[in-house]
Design a protein around this ligand. Structure first.
Ligand code: ADP
Ligand code: MG
Length: 245
């Protein structure tokens, strides 16, 4: 049996006594693409941030590669967190650095990779996201879609075991959504393990192995895309889908 790369047990998270995640038990296997969907405010971002302990769970366990992050010291959590790439809605590139420097920074600073090796790898990654001709550009000269592709390349530069995406296309002009989703689809095809929060239902249908539908603090449904979109089981999911499809 495959060992899960992420294992969440009885995860709960409240903010000032207000429960956002109530009791979540799920796992992600290596190579799986999980798409998390659900209404705004249902806790999708909080859940993703709990997976790499950017948020501290109120209770429950979050294990990465067999190690329960909630029991580890900060140093160890940071080491494991490096193996989880994260891409947010905003691009968070360093504005005073070129595209190439943005990508090289963490491998060199955090992992001690040599300048030559980091440069070589950065160019490979830029080719992968179709931006090698922009290696020397500064973020301010890039479109939103280009920035987001650099952000993905930068996350990949740390050779993560898992990529977490929180609405990576929500801030983009519509004509740029496709180029970012294509890069994500390629990553999935190459076998990257991914947890993706998105409202892009076409992507969810064609790329996800499992859909996790989140509402009211729980994963209400964990289904294949075919089952979820054709036969949502809960009233909550039926209602959600009726509003967006
Ligand atoms: P989603 O990503 O599904 O839209 P979020 O995880 O961002 O949902 O938020 C879920 C709920 O948790 C919201 O009610 C939000 O206001 C609340 N929340 C999120 N982060 C914080 C925080 N740092 N402090 C207080 N409340 C928060
Ligand atoms: Mg969110």
């Amino acid at each position: 049996m495959t060992k899960p790369i992420i294992e969440v047990k009885n995860l709960a998270k409240e903010f000032d006594g207000n429960p956002v995640l109530k009791d979540i038990t799920e796992q992600v296997n290596p190579g799986q693409v999980i798409v998390v969907i659900g209404p705004s405010g249902s806790g999708k971002s909080t859940f993703l941030r709990c997976l790499n302990l950017l948020e501290t769970p109120t209770s429950g366990q979050v294990a990465f590669d067999g190690q329960d992050l909630t029991t580890l010291d900060t140093k160890r959590v940071n080491e494991l967190r490096e193996q989880m790439g994260m891409v947010f809605q905003g691009f968070n590139l360093f504005p005073n650095m070129s595209v190439l420097e943005n990508i090289k920074l963490a491998p060199m600073k955090v992992k001690g990779v040599s300048d030559a090796d980091a440069t070589k790898r950065a160019h490979e990654l830029l080719q992968q996201v179709n931006l090698d001709d922009h290696a020397d550009a500064f973020p301010s000269s890039l479109s939103g879609g280009q920035k987001q592709r650099v952000a993905i390349a930068r996350a990949l530069a740390m050779d993560p075991k898992v990529m977490l995406f929180d609405e990576p296309t929500s801030a983009l002009d519509p004509e740029m959504v496709g180029e970012v989703l294509n890069v994500m689809q390629d990553l999935a095809t190459q076998g990257m393990t991914m947890v993706v929060v998105t409202h892009e239902m076409g992507f969810a249908k064609s790329v996800a192995d499992r859909i996790w539908f989140m509402a009211d603090g729980y994963i209400q449904e964990n289904s294949t895309p075919d089952d979820f979109f054709a036969h949502p089981q809960t009233e909550r999911a039926q209602d959600f889908l009726s509003k967006i499809l």
